[in-house]
Ligand binder design. Sequence first.
Ligand code: NAD
Length: 476
Amino acid sequence: MKNYSFTINGEAISTENVFDVKNPATGTLLGYASNATKDHVEAAIDAAKVAQPAWAAKSDTERKNVLMQVAQVLTDNTDYLAKWITQEQGKPLAGPGSMFEMEACVGWTQVPASLDLPVEVVFEDDSRRDEMHRKPVGVVGAITPWNWPLMIAIWQIIPALRAGNTVVLKPSEYTTIGTLEMIRLMNTVLPAGVLNTISGGGEVGAMLVEHKDVDKIMFTGSASTARKIIEASSGNMARLTLECGGNDAAIILPGTDIQSKVGDLFWGAFINMGQTCACAKRLYVHEDDYDNVVEALDAVAAQMPMGNGMDEGILLGPIQNKMQYDKVNDLVEDAKANGASVIRGGKSMGGPGYFYPITLLGNVDNGIRIVDEEQFGPVLPIIKYKTVDEAIQKANDTKTGLGGSVWGDDLSLAAKIASRIEAGTVWINQHGAIHPMVPFGGVKDSGYGVEFGVEGLKAVTQPQIISIKKTTLAEA
Ligand code: NAD
């Protein structure tokens, strides 16, 4: 069984101290990845620090060209990397699965690569001219989760490189190999040291975020880990972009035509088996529409084939890991014990693999854990409301604020309701519809800072003001 290397300064490094990477659909071992030591973390950060000035000194055009070559490498290796995503993470090759994730990797490379941050004249009069220039921050430490492993790595890496930073990335210990392989391939066109990886568990991530030479952390993962990173940043003053989880509410306005929207609603809740930061995780439905909505969602769920994502025609895979599988089980059992009615699913399917059926729960409300906590799995609690005000109040009754959605036929009314939801993004008649040009980030415990678009690019720079005194006629 192969031991997959991480990449430091363009070189493949592996150790004898390895960990297993397993297929969540079958439980079989896929390969080993190396546990990086403190010396590896030091070496990776050092390589990034040494490579950074020359990378930043390249012209914008040169960096753009190299990143477009990276996009080509990703395109050329789509099949290989998509198979890694499916085998390691579980999402199927088909549908909104791993081929879709690879398309996103290419798009989220090409778009930031093509963006510019021109010098802004922020003030000018007869006596002075003040310009804002955007400089790279330096060495970026990137930490990724296991749900969209390659796409989220790309979200963190590409804007950082475009702006002239260099990167050290630690992938999730659950989905390590695909990311290590993607970065090995990207290194075939990047200068040595510009993009490095180290692998291992949270302790390796901690060594990275605490290091004195790391200038910025891009983190996607849980709020509890984000808090540890905030504490670590008191030492090195690293700038932080923190993308944590959410417990997104979707509100269907009274009388909405559901048939035209139910497909989007289903995938808004169940893409990647609900293991998506900005999935619809609670659904609020007017009491008069409840039966219609339940019937429509149930009918879509009934048509969705679940299985090993390498098999043709499969649209839903397993839950990625045992910890998450146990959490989903626990939340559903708790809901049932508290009177939830099971509309569909509601019971684990047994092994091999962490398969759990699409689950729709009724007779639930705020105050039950399945509604109050992020399930990050294939379970949707459907909550009846009497008034839209009540639905908004319940939607906002959470410590997180990543996304939300409003579903309705009157778009201007839906937009008014959307503006009352406390979340970084509120979609109308879609959920989780991110785009590489549109800033994305959370409020409350969902983190801070934004990714994507021009705002996301700014987030991996620091402003420098060049303030020029003008020579006046009197002085001349
Ligand atoms: P996690 O916080 O357990 O792990 C994320 C990463 O942090 C892993 O690579 C892990 O090894 C690393 N890590 C753990 N301890 C660390 C430490 N002390 N210092 C530095 N790094 C450390 O999260 P997870 O279980 O992998 O991901 C699931 C969570 O991520 C969910 O809450 C989900 O909603 C969230 N998420 C958010 C977004 C977003 O964009 N907002 C996207 C995807 C996932």
